[in-house]
Ligand binder design. Structure first.
Ligand code: CP
Length: 307
């Protein structure tokens, strides 16, 4: 059996193109399972997984939990907001206490960059990064690239524009790594204040005019303005951001081609994306969410098999 090159999924930066292809091929099989009347397989029957979320989540948390249950794993859920973290318990103490209850894998979201990497050096369980601060969100990038492959047949050779708050986005960084490893061209687009200076060193194009970005790309992945991570003002107002960078039907109708519209969620409707596009015929936003379960099943299944 083919194996991943790693026993943790901490970031897309650390895995190979072959790892990604193996995850996609495994997810193809699990997607077929998810379309059966009985959507469950016994693959992780002997495995216990803890979902440890120190930051809010809807899609990722539910998607991991469903993936784990579809694989017949035993699942425990931890949310820091109603836990003993509030009484001052440290991250390592929290996780070691959970692990002493014989947990094999940990899926973790944390607001601090590098929290899952730190944990992977301290504990024996396999770690899956479900988003660490502004750093990486590897399973989001995998499900995004998988959705492009499903819609357009392949990722290689495609032009993908990532539009919005690149500075605060873990989705942007993981997408850049995944898309480049799979042979796509990547552009980032947004106001100058929301594009990090280091980004050109990653080999991506930079564009500040959203019309030019849309005219260039085959796929536009629209990102949320992450107000919760912004300590200062990066643009005058949400209204002005929407005026210059909001994607709407009128903008798309001015293109001489059709492009695929993506968004990792949650959407700020009327800010970065209007409902006429989010719910329109070119949007694959809900396909992304659907594919997330198959991708996470593949990741968990493959990590559990790494010797
Ligand atoms: N895309 C994503 O990570 O969404 P949640 O924050 O709801 O998990």
């Amino acid at each position: 059996m083919q194996q991943l090159s790693t026993r943790h999924l901490l970031g897309i930066k650390d895995i190979t193109a072959e790892d990604i292809q193996l995850i996609f091929e495994t997810a193809d099989n699990f997607k077929e399972v998810l379309n059966r009347p009985i959507k469950k397989v016994p693959s992780l029957r002997d495995i216990t997984i803890a979902n440890i979320f120190f930051e809010n989540s809807t899609r990722t948390k539910l998607s991991f939990e469903l993936a784990e249950k579809r694989l017949s794993a035993d699942v425990v859920n931890f949310s820091s907001s109603n836990s003993s973290v509030k009484k001052g318990e440290t991250l390592v103490d929290t996780v070691n206490n959970i692990l002493s209850m014989k947990v094999d894998m940990v899926v973790m979201r944390h607001s601090s960059v590098g929290a899952p990497h730190y944990l992977s050096r301290k504990i024996q369980a396999n770690i899956v990064n479900a988003g660490d601060g502004t750093h990486e969100h590897p399973t989001q990038a995998l499900l995004d690239a998988f959705s492009i492959r499903e819609k357009l047949g392949d990722v290689a050779g495609k032009k993908v524009a990532i539009i919005g708050d690149i500075l605060h986005s873990r989705v942007a960084l993981s997408n850049i790594f995944a898309l480049q490893k799979l042979g796509a061209e990547v552009m980032v687009c947004g106001p100058i204040t929301l594009i990090p200076k280091y980004i050109t060193s990653l080999g991506v194009r930079v564009e500040h005019d959203v019309r030019k970005a849309l005219a260039w790309c085959d796929v536009a992945n629209i990102l949320r303005i992450q107000l919760e991570r912004q300590q200062i003002k990066y643009f005058p107002s949400l209204r002005e951001y929407s005026l210059y960078y909001g994607i709407n039907k009128k903008l798309l109708s001015q293109l001489d081609k059709e492009i695929v519209i993506m968004h990792p969620g949650p959407i700020n409707r009327g800010v970065e994306l209007n409902s006429d596009v989010a719910d329109g015929p070119h949007s694959i936003i809900l396909n992304q969410v659907e594919n997330g379960v198959a991708i996470r099943m593949a990741v968990l299944y493959l990590l559990a098999s790494v010797k």
